[in-house]
Each structure stands twice: as C-alpha cells, then as structure tokens.
Design a protein around this ligand. Structure first.
Ligand code: GRF
Length: 214
C-alpha cells in the first residue's frame, strides 16, 4: 500500500508532530511526512522536524496582516507543491478560513486537548479542573468550518488526580495525545474504521483510547 503524503502544521514546540514523525519511522504506518509548516518562524518544532530529515518551512502569518485567506492560500500552494494528501494540525494556533477548510475537506485533521464536545477553544485543562471533572483527555477530529466541531475520529481519556494543577493535568493529557494521534491518522489514511476501546499504560499513566485500530 502506498503511504499518504502527510503535511503537519505547527505553531510551537511540536511534541505531537514529533509523535507523528516517530510513528512514521515504522514503514507499516500508512503516512509519509513530507512537510512540516509553521506560521511562526521561531516555532521550535521546525528544527526538530529537520532533525528527522523532514522538510520544514515557515510562512509568517504576520506578513499577510488581516488577510487570513491570503495566508491560507500561500500555505495551500506550499502544501500542494509537496504533493501533500493529508494534513495534521499539531498545535497550529491559527483559525483556518472556510476557503482552506473546504479545499481540504475530509483530509484535514486536528487534535484538541479536551474530550469534545466539552471545552472547545482554549484553556481546556483549567476549565476541566474548575468543573471538578474526574476524567479529562483529548480528541482527534475532522476539521470543519466551526472551531473544534468536526466529526470525531477518536478520543483518549485520563483520570484527573487529586491535587492536579493545569501543568500536571496538561502533561498527562499530552501523553494521551501522543498515543491517540498516530493511531487516528493511520485509520484516516486507511479509510476509517470502527472505534474500539484499548487501555494502554504510558510511563505509568493509564490512557483509555477509543479509536479505530490502525
Ligand atoms: C496540544 O495540547 C494540542 O492538543 C493543542 O496544542 C498543543 C500543542 O502541543 N492543539 P505540541 O506543540 O504538539 O507539543
């Protein structure tokens, strides 16, 4: 089976990107990362990606001022030039225009640090703590026009521990993200599947994964 050419969009440190690049080292994983694109020239993930031998470029959104679509069109051109077939948003902190979302419909995937539909948007860990939630986690979903609203591909839960702070809870959820994202992307690349539950232990943390088996 030919691997799908994957583009990864980032804005920062790129730990989810790194999880995807590590997954791609297994030739059986059905995506081949061909481009990492950041909207910030100082995104730490760019150097990390180059360390994996993956082409990594920045397109500074500030150059485009308020013209969001012009920025999205510039990204689109770069993605198409690399023959990208599937896009993973990995901590990409820009809202995409309806034009871009429509262009990539069904091929544009995001990871969100909450159990959607709970807590779309930002500050998810503090909101989960303030609500007294005992369970928190992350969701991988298709990107549609509404922010954090598209169809769910998979999710992963972790327990909230007594005394958790935003920092400790975010770190635990991040471990779950790194398990969930490669698995969900593989399932998208293979054409989908039924979600099943698998409990996995990562560095002592139990993660309940609900996703298609890739
Ligand atoms: C992750 O929590 C992701 O879910 C959210 O932004 C964060 C990015 O972290 N969309 P990283 O850059 O992947 O480390």
């Amino acid at each position: 089976m030919s691997r799908k050419r994957l583009g990864i969009l980032i804005s920062g440190r790129g730990s989810n990107m790194e999880a995807l690049l590590k997954a791609a080292q297994d030739p059986a994983w059905p995506c081949e990362p061909v481009l990492v694109l950041a909207n910030k020239p100082d995104a730490g993930g760019l150097e990390k990606a180059r360390g994996f031998g993956v082409k990594a470029v920045a397109i500074d959104h500030k150059i485009f001022g308020k013209n969001r679509e012009a920025f999205d069109r510039a990204m689109n051109e770069t993605l198409e030039a690399e023959g990208v077939e599937l896009i993973a948003l990995a901590g990409f902190m820009r809202v995409l225009t309806p034009w871009f979302v429509n262009q990539w419909a069904g091929r544009l995937i995001n990871i969100h640090p909450a159990l959607l539909p709970k807590y779309p948007g930002v500050d998810t860990h503090n909101r989960a703590l303030a609500a007294g939630d005992l369970v928190h986690g992350c969701t991988v979903h298709q990107v549609t026009a509404g922010v954090d609203e598209g169809p769910v591909i998979g999710s992963a839960e972790v327990d909230v521990a007594p005394g958790d702070t935003e920092v400790t809870l975010a770190a635990r959820v991040l471990k779950a993200e790194h398990v969930l994202y490669p698995r969900c992307l593989a399932s998208v690349a293979r054409g989908g599947g039924t979600r099943v539950r698998d409990d996995v232990v990562v560095e002592g943390i139990t993660v309940r994964v609900f996703a298609p088996r890739a």
